[in-house]
Design a protein around this ligand. Structure first.
Ligand code: SF4
Length: 455
């Protein structure tokens, strides 16, 4: 039994502390803690190449994560929790083992070493053998899934410490690749400077927020990192990853004037198709040339695409076919039209396809395929927090209503002061000063704070 008042208290603390998911969607964590659950899964897969911040956190501060898990169990009434990590991390988990001896209700689960093993429906299937129907979330099956860093934030948030920093992997063409704690809102250009600068001229490079599969091109280096920035990665402009990620839908259509025979591989490699979802990336590519062939289910299946990018790197030898870009466009259009596409047919229990296990893409193969293996050898211990002179704390990078600034220009702030929050009663979160200083600029996207002598 979970006492209602306790759950409400935990939810409020999470919202006030600004605890959110650390994936792209960045769903406020209190939402996940509002439901009753049977199981909590701490997602430690971090299977995308070059990303190491969450795995290193588990290695270095397992107690923070375990204490956060206990808070999630208390809020949801879940009697059991599992920490899921890839089997390749077994060696590094010694300190975790000794802590877990004291925790009878928290187990460790070793995932196979494949990408994207941390995708929520895939993770839930791997751990429980339960399938999440299309259009549903693990919560609908009584399972709370959250990444490791969010559990650490849960513990800190519960005890009144807001989210103001996170570990980030700074990788690729930088002088000193590293994993370091950065205040939220540190400018991308400052992060590159902290890593000793880039090894290629920035004119010939692309900077990414995130890793080679799910990262996004950073168009302005004067913007601040978000709570969901797992990595800052620099690659040469002519690198395979840059070519794929810099392409937009129009360019992809222009370059893809013939129907490639390769498309059939896309289903084999699409992890959501293999999990049994009604998603057909090769059909959506063919519909570029034969729009009348487009079925209503193609539109609906956009919601099943998890943005993993496997189809474009490995399903297409030409790198010219991207179902991911098409699905993203569908999603944007549907959101613009506020059109709700019925997921009814997908709500039936799906069945894992026969080749699910055989078609998994191993992490060791993937890192070679995306040609980033040479960037993966560096010390993964998390370096102490840096001290930038300026931050631009983004106030819109979460699911829900953007946070409204509640400070004025010139105002002096202490570390951790509230600077913006979403309207109470609406889905959203809270943001805090990540360095002490003075508010120097406020706009719809960020609150800028400059470190001050008197602060
Ligand atoms: S990005 Fe491609 S491979 Fe990944 S889920 Fe979407 S369609 Fe499937």
């Amino acid at each position: 039994m979970r006492p209602e008042n306790k759950t409400k208290d935990i939810m409020l603390r999470m919202r006030n502390a600004g605890v959110v998911g650390t994936d792209k969607l960045s769903v406020p964590t209190y939402v996940k803690l509002s439901s009753k659950a049977d199981l909590v899964i701490a997602n430690g897969a971090e299977s995308e190449p070059l990303l190491h911040s969450e795995k290193s956190l588990l290695h270095e501060k397992p107690e923070l994560i375990i204490d956060g898990i206990k808070i999630a169990m208390e809020a949801t009434g879940a009697p059991k929790a599992v920490i899921a990590v890839r089997s390749s991390e077994k060696e590094r988990m010694r300190s975790l083992y000794s802590l877990l001896k004291e925790e009878k209700n928290i187990d460790i689960f070793y995932l196979e070493d494949f990408y994207p093993s941390g995708d929520e429906p895939i993770l839930v299937y791997e751990v429980t053998k339960k399938l999440i129907p299309e259009g549903k979330t693990p919560l609908d099956k009584g399972i709370v899934v959250e990444k490791l860093l969010s559990f650490a934030w849960m513990y800190q948030g519960y005890h009144g410490k807001p989210v103001t920093e996170r570990p980030i992997s700074v990788v690729g063409e930088v002088q000193r690749p590293q994993v370091t704690w950065f205040p939220i809102g540190t400018l991308y250009k400052d992060i590159l400077n902290f890593a000793g600068g880039t090894t290629v001229d920035l004119k010939n490079a692309v900077v990414f927020d995130g890793g080679p599969l799910q990262g996004e091109v950073v168009k302005d280096l004067n913007i601040g990192i978000g709570k969901n920035t797992s990595a800052v990665m620099v690659l040469p402009k002519d690198h395979k990853v840059s070519k794929v990620k810099m392409k937009n839908l129009e360019e992809m259509i222009l370059q893809n004037q013939g129907v490639s025979g390769d498309s059939s591989m896309m289903e084999d490699l699409c992890p959501r198709y293999q999990l049994g979802y009604d998603i057909h990336p090769s059909e959506v590519i063919k519909s570029l040339h034969f729009p009348l062939m487009m079925k209503p289910s193609s539109l609906r299946s956009a919601y099943s695409c998890n943005d993993c990018s496997l189809c474009e790197y490995m399903g297409s030898s030409t790198l010219n076919e991207s179902p991911r870009l098409i699905y993203n466009e569908f999603k944007k259009n549907l959101a613009r039209q506020e059109k709700k596409v019925s997921l009814k047919s997908g709500e039936k229990v799906n069945k894992v396809r026969l080749n699910y296990h055989y078609n998994k893409v191993s992490c060791s193969h993937l890192i070679k395929q995306v040609q980033v293996e040479k960037y993966d050898s560096f010390n993964r211990s998390i370096l102490p927090k840096t001290n930038p002179q300026k931050v631009r704390v983004p106030v819109t990078r979460h699911k829900g209503t953007p946070a409204k600034p509640v400070v004025v220009e010139g105002q002096t702030l202490k570390m951790g002061d509230v600077i913006a929050f979403s309207p109470p009663g609406e889905l959203g979160t809270t943001y805090h000063a990540s360095i002490p200083g003075r508010v120097s600029e406020i706009n719809d996207h960020w609150v800028e704070i400059i470190k001050g002598r008197n602060s």
